[in-house]
Ligand binder design. Structure first.
Ligand code: BDR
Ligand code: CA
Length: 323
Protein backbone atom coordinates (compact mmCIF):
# COMPACT_ATOMS: atom_id res chain seq x y z
CA UNK A 1 0.00 0.00 0.00
CA UNK A 2 1.44 3.39 -0.96
CA UNK A 3 1.92 6.00 1.74
CA UNK A 4 -0.66 8.73 2.20
CA UNK A 5 0.48 12.23 1.29
CA UNK A 6 0.23 14.58 4.31
CA UNK A 7 -1.16 17.96 3.18
CA UNK A 8 -2.21 21.34 4.49
CA UNK A 9 -4.72 23.25 2.36
CA UNK A 10 -4.65 27.05 2.38
CA UNK A 11 -7.79 28.47 0.76
CA UNK A 12 -10.35 31.26 0.31
CA UNK A 13 -13.65 29.53 -0.53
CA UNK A 14 -14.88 30.43 -3.17
CA UNK A 15 -16.76 27.86 -5.30
CA UNK A 16 -13.67 26.29 -6.82
CA UNK A 17 -11.89 26.18 -3.45
CA UNK A 18 -14.95 24.34 -2.12
CA UNK A 19 -14.78 21.86 -5.01
CA UNK A 20 -11.05 21.43 -4.40
CA UNK A 21 -11.66 20.66 -0.72
CA UNK A 22 -14.28 18.10 -1.75
CA UNK A 23 -11.85 16.44 -4.18
CA UNK A 24 -9.11 16.35 -1.52
CA UNK A 25 -11.47 14.89 1.09
CA UNK A 26 -12.75 12.26 -1.36
CA UNK A 27 -9.45 10.41 -1.15
CA UNK A 28 -8.66 9.69 2.51
CA UNK A 29 -6.67 6.65 1.38
CA UNK A 30 -4.31 8.89 -0.60
CA UNK A 31 -4.35 12.29 1.15
CA UNK A 32 -3.98 12.90 4.85
CA UNK A 33 -5.38 16.42 5.26
CA UNK A 34 -3.64 17.63 8.44
CA UNK A 35 -5.03 21.17 8.46
CA UNK A 36 -6.89 23.87 6.59
CA UNK A 37 -5.99 27.56 6.75
CA UNK A 38 -7.95 30.48 5.35
CA UNK A 39 -6.88 33.70 3.71
CA UNK A 40 -8.89 36.70 2.50
CA UNK A 41 -9.35 36.90 -1.26
CA UNK A 42 -12.58 35.78 -2.89
CA UNK A 43 -14.35 37.33 0.09
CA UNK A 44 -13.48 38.76 3.48
CA UNK A 45 -11.57 36.57 5.90
CA UNK A 46 -14.68 36.13 8.04
CA UNK A 47 -16.77 34.95 5.08
CA UNK A 48 -14.20 32.59 3.54
CA UNK A 49 -13.53 31.08 6.97
CA UNK A 50 -17.23 30.46 7.50
CA UNK A 51 -17.43 28.90 4.04
CA UNK A 52 -14.47 26.63 4.74
CA UNK A 53 -16.07 25.50 8.02
CA UNK A 54 -19.30 24.76 6.16
CA UNK A 55 -17.42 22.64 3.63
CA UNK A 56 -15.68 20.63 6.37
CA UNK A 57 -19.12 20.14 7.93
CA UNK A 58 -20.70 18.94 4.67
CA UNK A 59 -17.80 16.60 4.06
CA UNK A 60 -18.05 15.15 7.59
CA UNK A 61 -14.50 16.26 8.43
CA UNK A 62 -14.98 18.59 11.39
CA UNK A 63 -12.01 16.76 12.95
CA UNK A 64 -9.56 18.64 10.68
CA UNK A 65 -8.11 21.71 12.43
CA UNK A 66 -8.95 24.94 10.63
CA UNK A 67 -7.10 28.16 11.45
CA UNK A 68 -7.85 31.71 10.40
CA UNK A 69 -5.15 33.47 8.41
CA UNK A 70 -4.43 36.86 6.90
CA UNK A 71 -7.21 39.41 6.42
CA UNK A 72 -5.38 40.92 3.46
CA UNK A 73 -1.96 41.45 1.92
CA UNK A 74 0.66 42.76 4.35
CA UNK A 75 2.23 45.02 1.69
CA UNK A 76 -1.10 46.28 0.32
CA UNK A 77 -3.23 47.20 3.33
CA UNK A 78 -5.73 49.04 1.13
CA UNK A 79 -6.37 46.16 -1.27
CA UNK A 80 -10.12 45.78 -1.77
CA UNK A 81 -11.12 42.27 -0.70
CA UNK A 82 -13.60 40.11 -2.60
CA UNK A 83 -14.68 38.99 -6.04
CA UNK A 84 -18.49 39.14 -5.67
CA UNK A 85 -18.94 39.20 -9.44
CA UNK A 86 -17.56 35.64 -9.46
CA UNK A 87 -18.50 34.12 -6.09
CA UNK A 88 -21.37 36.30 -4.86
CA UNK A 89 -21.71 38.30 -1.62
CA UNK A 90 -21.20 35.31 0.68
CA UNK A 91 -18.23 34.04 -1.34
CA UNK A 92 -20.19 30.82 -1.83
CA UNK A 93 -23.55 31.92 -3.23
CA UNK A 94 -25.89 29.35 -4.76
CA UNK A 95 -26.34 26.05 -2.91
CA UNK A 96 -27.93 25.77 0.51
CA UNK A 97 -25.22 24.79 2.95
CA UNK A 98 -25.53 23.71 6.59
CA UNK A 99 -24.39 25.95 9.43
CA UNK A 100 -20.82 25.07 10.46
CA UNK A 101 -20.65 22.30 13.05
CA UNK A 102 -17.10 23.24 14.01
CA UNK A 103 -15.05 26.29 14.93
CA UNK A 104 -11.60 27.51 14.04
CA UNK A 105 -8.84 26.38 16.37
CA UNK A 106 -7.60 28.96 18.84
CA UNK A 107 -4.42 29.75 16.97
CA UNK A 108 -3.67 31.72 13.84
CA UNK A 109 -2.98 30.13 10.46
CA UNK A 110 0.67 31.06 10.91
CA UNK A 111 0.75 29.32 14.30
CA UNK A 112 -1.00 26.22 12.94
CA UNK A 113 1.38 26.04 9.96
CA UNK A 114 4.37 26.31 12.31
CA UNK A 115 2.95 23.68 14.65
CA UNK A 116 2.07 21.16 11.95
CA UNK A 117 5.37 21.57 10.12
CA UNK A 118 7.60 21.53 13.17
CA UNK A 119 5.84 18.59 14.80
CA UNK A 120 5.77 16.46 11.67
CA UNK A 121 8.45 13.81 11.28
CA UNK A 122 7.93 13.74 7.53
CA UNK A 123 7.81 16.56 5.00
CA UNK A 124 4.36 18.02 4.34
CA UNK A 125 2.82 19.19 1.08
CA UNK A 126 1.16 22.60 0.94
CA UNK A 127 -1.79 23.24 -1.37
CA UNK A 128 -2.31 26.96 -1.89
CA UNK A 129 -5.63 27.94 -3.48
CA UNK A 130 -5.74 31.64 -2.74
CA UNK A 131 -3.36 34.55 -2.26
CA UNK A 132 0.08 33.62 -0.92
CA UNK A 133 -0.10 35.84 2.17
CA UNK A 134 -0.12 33.09 4.82
CA UNK A 135 2.71 31.16 3.19
CA UNK A 136 4.88 34.27 2.74
CA UNK A 137 4.31 35.15 6.41
CA UNK A 138 5.43 31.63 7.32
CA UNK A 139 8.60 31.91 5.23
CA UNK A 140 9.41 35.29 6.78
CA UNK A 141 8.76 34.13 10.34
CA UNK A 142 10.30 30.66 10.09
CA UNK A 143 12.53 30.27 7.05
CA UNK A 144 13.96 27.12 8.63
CA UNK A 145 10.61 25.37 8.11
CA UNK A 146 10.89 25.56 4.31
CA UNK A 147 12.85 22.34 4.47
CA UNK A 148 9.84 20.60 6.04
CA UNK A 149 7.81 21.29 2.89
CA UNK A 150 7.98 18.62 0.22
CA UNK A 151 6.34 20.79 -2.46
CA UNK A 152 3.76 23.51 -2.91
CA UNK A 153 0.87 22.79 -5.28
CA UNK A 154 -0.72 26.11 -6.10
CA UNK A 155 -3.42 27.59 -8.27
CA UNK A 156 -2.41 30.93 -9.68
CA UNK A 157 -0.71 32.84 -12.44
CA UNK A 158 -0.29 31.93 -16.08
CA UNK A 159 0.79 33.48 -19.36
CA UNK A 160 -2.43 35.53 -19.40
CA UNK A 161 -4.66 37.14 -16.79
CA UNK A 162 -8.22 36.82 -15.61
CA UNK A 163 -8.49 39.77 -13.21
CA UNK A 164 -6.44 42.18 -15.28
CA UNK A 165 -5.29 41.40 -18.82
CA UNK A 166 -1.93 40.40 -17.36
CA UNK A 167 -2.68 39.02 -13.90
CA UNK A 168 -4.56 36.08 -12.46
CA UNK A 169 -6.65 36.90 -9.37
CA UNK A 170 -4.70 35.05 -6.62
CA UNK A 171 -1.33 36.47 -7.67
CA UNK A 172 -2.80 39.92 -8.43
CA UNK A 173 -4.31 40.04 -4.94
CA UNK A 174 -0.95 39.83 -3.16
CA UNK A 175 1.94 39.93 -5.64
CA UNK A 176 4.63 40.62 -3.03
CA UNK A 177 3.74 37.46 -1.11
CA UNK A 178 3.60 35.43 -4.33
CA UNK A 179 7.06 36.73 -5.21
CA UNK A 180 8.37 35.61 -1.82
CA UNK A 181 6.92 32.15 -2.35
CA UNK A 182 8.22 31.73 -5.92
CA UNK A 183 11.69 32.78 -4.74
CA UNK A 184 11.64 30.64 -1.60
CA UNK A 185 13.48 27.66 -3.01
CA UNK A 186 10.59 25.33 -2.12
CA UNK A 187 9.61 23.19 -5.15
CA UNK A 188 6.39 24.42 -6.75
CA UNK A 189 3.81 22.89 -9.05
CA UNK A 190 1.88 25.74 -10.59
CA UNK A 191 -1.65 25.14 -11.83
CA UNK A 192 -2.00 28.42 -13.67
CA UNK A 193 -4.60 29.62 -16.13
CA UNK A 194 -2.85 27.98 -19.12
CA UNK A 195 -3.98 24.63 -17.72
CA UNK A 196 -6.97 25.53 -15.56
CA UNK A 197 -8.87 27.38 -18.28
CA UNK A 198 -8.70 24.15 -20.27
CA UNK A 199 -9.88 22.12 -17.25
CA UNK A 200 -13.56 22.88 -17.69
CA UNK A 201 -16.79 20.98 -17.14
CA UNK A 202 -19.46 21.39 -19.84
CA UNK A 203 -23.16 21.80 -19.07
CA UNK A 204 -23.78 18.21 -20.19
CA UNK A 205 -21.02 16.87 -17.94
CA UNK A 206 -22.42 18.84 -15.01
CA UNK A 207 -25.75 17.07 -15.56
CA UNK A 208 -23.93 13.71 -15.49
CA UNK A 209 -22.39 14.82 -12.18
CA UNK A 210 -25.79 15.80 -10.75
CA UNK A 211 -27.28 12.50 -11.95
CA UNK A 212 -24.76 10.59 -9.83
CA UNK A 213 -27.35 11.52 -7.23
CA UNK A 214 -25.39 11.49 -3.97
CA UNK A 215 -25.13 14.44 -1.59
CA UNK A 216 -21.62 15.39 -2.68
CA UNK A 217 -22.27 15.07 -6.41
CA UNK A 218 -25.44 17.17 -6.24
CA UNK A 219 -23.72 19.84 -4.15
CA UNK A 220 -20.76 19.93 -6.56
CA UNK A 221 -23.17 20.34 -9.50
CA UNK A 222 -24.92 23.21 -7.68
CA UNK A 223 -21.60 24.91 -6.93
CA UNK A 224 -20.78 24.61 -10.64
CA UNK A 225 -24.24 26.00 -11.58
CA UNK A 226 -23.39 29.24 -9.78
CA UNK A 227 -19.68 29.43 -10.60
CA UNK A 228 -20.25 28.72 -14.31
CA UNK A 229 -22.43 31.82 -14.74
CA UNK A 230 -19.33 34.00 -14.64
CA UNK A 231 -17.42 31.73 -17.01
CA UNK A 232 -20.23 31.67 -19.56
CA UNK A 233 -21.42 35.28 -19.35
CA UNK A 234 -18.21 37.20 -18.76
CA UNK A 235 -15.45 34.94 -20.04
CA UNK A 236 -17.42 33.23 -22.82
CA UNK A 237 -15.89 29.83 -22.06
CA UNK A 238 -17.39 26.53 -23.25
CA UNK A 239 -17.68 25.28 -19.66
CA UNK A 240 -17.02 25.97 -16.00
CA UNK A 241 -13.29 26.15 -15.40
CA UNK A 242 -12.19 24.23 -12.29
CA UNK A 243 -9.21 26.35 -11.28
CA UNK A 244 -8.54 25.28 -7.69
CA UNK A 245 -9.51 21.61 -8.19
CA UNK A 246 -6.72 21.49 -10.78
CA UNK A 247 -4.14 21.93 -7.99
CA UNK A 248 -5.60 18.91 -6.18
CA UNK A 249 -5.71 16.97 -9.45
CA UNK A 250 -2.04 17.78 -10.02
CA UNK A 251 -1.33 16.06 -6.73
CA UNK A 252 -3.67 13.08 -7.12
CA UNK A 253 -3.72 12.43 -10.88
CA UNK A 254 -0.66 14.24 -12.30
CA UNK A 255 -0.78 12.15 -15.47
CA UNK A 256 -3.73 14.16 -16.83
CA UNK A 257 -1.54 17.28 -17.17
CA UNK A 258 1.37 18.22 -19.40
CA UNK A 259 3.98 20.41 -17.70
CA UNK A 260 7.33 22.13 -18.20
CA UNK A 261 9.95 23.17 -15.68
CA UNK A 262 10.42 26.94 -15.88
CA UNK A 263 11.80 29.91 -14.04
CA UNK A 264 8.81 31.90 -12.74
CA UNK A 265 8.87 35.29 -11.05
CA UNK A 266 6.18 37.82 -10.20
CA UNK A 267 5.87 41.43 -11.37
CA UNK A 268 5.03 43.61 -8.38
CA UNK A 269 5.31 47.15 -9.68
CA UNK A 270 4.21 47.30 -13.34
CA UNK A 271 1.50 49.84 -14.02
CA UNK A 272 -0.28 47.39 -16.33
CA UNK A 273 1.30 44.15 -15.20
CA UNK A 274 1.34 44.10 -11.41
CA UNK A 275 0.61 40.54 -10.29
CA UNK A 276 1.66 38.97 -13.58
CA UNK A 277 3.67 35.76 -13.39
CA UNK A 278 6.68 36.10 -15.67
CA UNK A 279 7.32 32.59 -16.99
CA UNK A 280 10.60 32.02 -18.80
CA UNK A 281 9.29 29.12 -20.82
CA UNK A 282 12.19 28.84 -23.26
CA UNK A 283 15.01 29.89 -20.96
CA UNK A 284 15.75 33.40 -22.19
CA UNK A 285 17.53 34.07 -18.91
CA UNK A 286 20.05 31.33 -19.64
CA UNK A 287 20.31 31.59 -23.42
CA UNK A 288 20.37 35.34 -23.94
CA UNK A 289 21.08 36.91 -20.60
CA UNK A 290 23.74 34.28 -19.87
CA UNK A 291 22.69 33.80 -16.26
CA UNK A 292 22.42 30.47 -14.55
CA UNK A 293 18.78 29.42 -14.45
CA UNK A 294 17.06 27.96 -11.49
CA UNK A 295 13.79 26.42 -12.72
CA UNK A 296 11.70 27.02 -9.62
CA UNK A 297 8.35 25.70 -10.84
CA UNK A 298 6.78 22.84 -12.68
CA UNK A 299 4.20 24.77 -14.71
CA UNK A 300 1.12 22.94 -15.98
CA UNK A 301 0.30 23.95 -19.55
CA UNK A 302 -1.97 21.25 -20.94
CA UNK A 303 -4.66 18.92 -19.67
CA UNK A 304 -6.42 15.85 -21.00
CA UNK A 305 -9.77 17.50 -20.28
CA UNK A 306 -11.93 14.42 -20.63
CA UNK A 307 -9.69 12.39 -18.29
CA UNK A 308 -9.70 15.30 -15.82
CA UNK A 309 -13.51 15.43 -15.82
CA UNK A 310 -13.74 11.65 -15.46
CA UNK A 311 -11.45 11.81 -12.42
CA UNK A 312 -13.46 14.69 -10.94
CA UNK A 313 -16.78 12.86 -11.32
CA UNK A 314 -15.26 9.69 -9.85
CA UNK A 315 -13.97 11.72 -6.89
CA UNK A 316 -17.43 13.16 -6.20
CA UNK A 317 -18.89 9.65 -6.39
CA UNK A 318 -16.33 8.46 -3.83
CA UNK A 319 -17.28 11.37 -1.61
CA UNK A 320 -20.98 10.46 -1.99
CA UNK A 321 -20.15 7.19 -0.27
CA UNK A 322 -18.35 8.99 2.57
CA UNK A 323 -20.80 11.74 3.51
C1 BDR B 1 -8.60 31.86 -8.63
O1 BDR B 1 -9.20 33.06 -8.13
C2 BDR B 1 -10.32 32.75 -7.33
O2 BDR B 1 -11.44 33.46 -7.72
C3 BDR B 1 -10.54 31.28 -7.45
O3 BDR B 1 -10.95 30.72 -6.21
C4 BDR B 1 -9.21 30.72 -7.87
O4 BDR B 1 -8.40 30.41 -6.75
C5 BDR B 1 -8.80 31.81 -10.13
O5 BDR B 1 -8.17 32.89 -10.74
CA1 CA C 1 -9.30 30.19 -4.52
Amino acid sequence: MSKKIPVIIDCDPGHDDALALMWALSAPDKLDVRGVTTVAGNQTLEKVTRNALKMLTVCGRTDIPLAVGAAGPVCRPNREVGAPIVHGESGLDGPQLPEPACEPVKMSALELLIKLLSESEEELTLVVLGAHTNVACLFTARPDLKEKIERIYMMGGGTMGNWTPAAEFNIWFDPESARTVFNSGVPITMAGLDATQKAYVTREENELLRAQGGKASVLAAELIDYFSRYHYKIEGFPGCTLHDPSAIAALLVPEVFGSENCRVDVETSGELTSGMTVIDRINYIGKIMGREVNCNAEVLFTVDREAFVREFLAAMKRLDALV
